[in-house]
Design a protein around this ligand. Sequence first.
Ligand code: FES
Length: 122
Amino acid sequence: MAAVAGCASGAAGSATAPTTPGAAPAKAKVLAKTSDIPVGGGKIFSDAQVVVTQPAAGTFKAFTAVCPHQGCTVASVASGKIICPCHGSQFQTSDGSVVQGPASTPLTEVPIKVTGGSITLA
Ligand code: FES
């Protein structure tokens, strides 16, 4: 029987780190402009899985957009409440607390920074 030789290259993983030389430290990505967030309302950023609210003029809050009930992404903000479309849970825009179940735990607050009209994840 002719054994096929070869194919024995022990592919040693390359150890080169693909970092850009002289790259600036990762800058916080701007999530939104403060002017994008309606007073008394909010906006959902599904890519970042974050909902940013402005419960009072100049006060910005951010919470995870993942509903603590069964993990749907909350879909809208209306009348001071963040609403999950899956089973209708509602949360306060001011502190993420449950207004209406079935969710029994609040939305977790996400730290943000507001600088010069831009909102970034802290
Ligand atoms: Fe949000 Fe059920 S997953 S209410």
